[in-house]
Design a protein. Structure first.
Length: 666
């Protein structure tokens, strides 16, 4: 938590590295390993840089990546999911310290459950992370978000690091956290992080509804209800090294009780739905480097996710159900150096998932619940080459899934193969220009809800297929004068999604089924730039901007009224901007997010039109050192201009709100 000057320098140095592949030394002990870079480097935000953005969770920080849409259902405890380049949330892989977070029940990960307090970096990869040593699931993702947690680092002669913070603010927010790191021995260290979030979540909002003719149907102000949250997150990490071995073990626990605010429709302002979560996992990762030409990776994980859903709304059918997901994941990957310029990678993953349910009102299992179990095998082979100004990787991923159920006929086994090709060319390194391109096939298996949900599932669903094509150019240059660094990048891409899984009515309005019907074409352009200036001693100016243009159109059936229309919730234009000024221990940061006009249904009509929205956030930060301690204080103003907006239709977002954070580090 130093002043902004070293933060930016650290962020820029780390941008060129692959944070998930970097092995960090503990004290002066060097760790052997493969320090590989992806063929196409990712977009990276460092944890210290994120501290300047006023972000409360990982989901908030992801809004600053180009080509990425975040669905936010409102409030501090609202569900937050991510969509990369309009392919859908199910195609986005989220990796936590190199191991993917999963949800076999509905296929999406709620990123609001992950805090930034112990996050070192967040990296966004388009296509896949094209590294030398990675799991088979890494190769199979259509787009990946890598969350890398902070590793313990100790000053000479120091054995303990302690960081305590408390954040408070609007909507009754109280958010204390503590991070404790301890060096057990020169080769083993541990870390513990705990955080509590409590808020009533109540905020005023303006709700305005128009008729199809454009006249105002009603315009009112109300208070958002049932948005409260009470959540506890705890994480434990153990890190160690042995001769030629680097290993880590991580445990995660998240327990929450929160309200589900629901949509504001038909003048209904309050809902009675509640959600309780108990998410826990234990994962371990080991890298072994016996020789210079061979490296092995072993990863294991067990997760236990319990959900308690209650609906006490008198206008709806009472319900109280519990769901339990379990997952066992094993992965092994091997990298062999065939020549100084060529590496071969072979990886195999095995994943086991199960889902059970219990109806609390009936005190019995839901009728006809199938109790599904899925076995998924992933195999990947890749060749990575570095030759003069060229870098490239060719990969092939094979997937075999088997489903077993206690009731009904199981879905058929599926065997799939998806190739990928990534190439980067740097014509002249001192010039700082590089050109990259990739071609990638990927898939997503139907979730348990898609296959088995009561009166909705379809056991014969096919997997969704996506094809991605991308070409980009990047320029980066460093100087020693007042202008320290400049970056510019431009990417054009074309994606297609086939056999898209959608819900479709089958006769009466309340009876729907899941079918493969969709065909979507996505064309886009992403531009980003960064400029770092040091106009005088102890001063630093940091400017960053990103812009995305997308045409994501539905070409499923020419007879549909929405044939060729923009798919729901995808804006044509969106962008972000960051301006930061720092002087010694003080920094002032302004961030701006813009999302253009969208449609919340398939037909692009005036009735389905959703207004553009933008927000401005401002933060002021001060850092002071005394008596061997480092104190920090941050004032954050979110939605500075008090703009009314909705990310998801009928889910109004908060207006202007405030947060204050104070911390001490020793």
């Amino acid at each position: 938590m130093w002043a902004f000057i070293p933060l930016v320098l650290v962020a820029l140095v780390a941008r060129a590295a692959n944070p998930a592949d970097t092995i960090v030394p503990i004290d002066s002990v060097g760790i052997a390993g493969v320090r590989s870079q992806a063929v196409i480097p990712p977009k990276v935000l460092m944890g210290n840089e994120l501290a300047q953005l006023g972000s409360l969770s990982v989901a908030d920080a992801l809004r600053y990546f180009a080509g990425l849409q975040l669905k936010d259902y409102g409030g501090i405890g609202g569900l937050k999911t991510v969509n990369i380049r309009s392919m859908g949330s199910h195609h986005a892989g989220v990796f936590y310290d190199g191991i993917q977070l999963g949800n076999a029940q509905n296929g999406v990960v709620d990123l609001g459950k992950f805090s930034l307090d112990n996050v070192e970096s967040i990296a966004l990869y388009h296509g896949q992370k094209s590294g030398v040593l990675q799991s088979a699931r890494d190769f199979g993702s259509a787009g990946s978000i890598y969350i890398t947690t902070r590793k313990p680092l100790f000053a000479p002669g120091k054995r303990t690091n302690l960081l305590a913070q408390v954040r408070g603010g609007s909507f009754g927010l109280l958010n204390p956290s503590v991070l404790w790191e301890y060096r057990i021995s020169p080769r083993v260290s541990t870390a513990f992080n705990a955080e509590w979030v409590a808020a009533n979540g109540e905020y005023h909002f303006r709700y305005r509804q128009l008729t199809p003719s454009g006249r105002v149907a009603y315009d009112t102000t109300a208070v958002r209800k049932n948005c409260d949250i009470n959540a506890l997150r705890m994480e434990f990490g153990l890190y160690g090294t042995l001769p030629k071995i680097c290993w880590q073990l991580r445990g995660y626990l998240y327990s929450s009780e929160r309200g589900l605010p629901g949509a504001i429709v038909s003048n209904v302002w309050r809902r009675g739905e509640r959600l309780g979560d108990l998410n826990a996992f234990m994962q371990g990762r080991l890298e072994y480097v016996p020789t210079r030409w061979y490296t092995a990776l072993l990863a294991v994980k067990y997760s236990h996710d319990a959900t308690h859903y209650t609906n006490l709304d008198r206008r709806m059918l009472f319900a109280e159900k519990r769901y339990l997901q379990r997952e066992i994941y094993l992965s092994t990957a091997h990298s062999v150096t065939l020549a100084p310029w060529c590496h071969a990678t072979l990886a195999y993953d095995l994943q086991w998932n199960s889902l059970t349910a219990h109806d609390e009102l009936a005190n019995a299992a839901p009728p006809l619940f199938p109790y599904p179990v899925r076995y998924t095998h992933y195999g990947a082979i890749a060749i990575t080459a570095y030759w003069k100004a060229f870098k490239g990787q060719a990969s092939l991923v094979g997937i075999h899934s088997q489903n077993r159920v206690q009731r009904f006929a199981p879905p058929p086994d599926r065997t799939l193969a998806t190739p990928g090709l990534f190439i980067a060319y740097t014509p002249w390194k001192p010039l700082g220009i590089s050109i990259s391109t990739f071609y990638k096939h990927s898939y997503r298996l139907p979730t348990f809800n898609d296959l088995y949900y009561n009166d909705l599932g379809n056991a014969n669903l096919k997997p969704e297929y996506a094809v991605q094509r991308d070409v980009g150019i990047q320029w980066a240059k460093d100087w020693n004068g007042p202008i320290r660094r400049a970056e510019v990048s431009l990417d054009a891409y074309h994606n297609t999604v086939r056999d898209k899984i959608i819900a479709y009515p089958k006769g009466r309005q309340f009876r729907w089924t899941m079918i493969n019907l969709g065909y979507v074409k996505i064309q886009g352009l992403e531009a980003s730039s960064m400029l770092m200036i040091a106009p005088a001693a102890s001063w630093m100016l940091y400017l960053k901007g990103q812009y995305t243009y997308q045409r994501a159109q539905d070409y499923t059936n020419p007879r549909d009224a929405y044939y060729g229309h923009q798919i729901p919730y995808i804006p044509r234009h969106s962008g972000t901007a960051i301006v930061a000024v720092s002087y010694r221990g003080y920094s002032l940061n302004y961030s701006f997010i813009y999302t253009g006009e969208r449609y919340h249904q398939q037909e692009n009509t005036a009735y389905n039109y959703t207004q553009p929205w933008y927000t401005s956030d401002l933060s002021l930060r001060a850092v002071y050192q005394a008596a061997g301690l480092r104190f920090s204080a941050t004032l954050e103003v979110c939605n500075l201009l008090n703009q009314p907006y909705e990310v998801v239709a009928n889910y109004p977002m908060p207006g202007r709100n405030y947060r204050i954070r104070v911390g001490v580090e020793m």
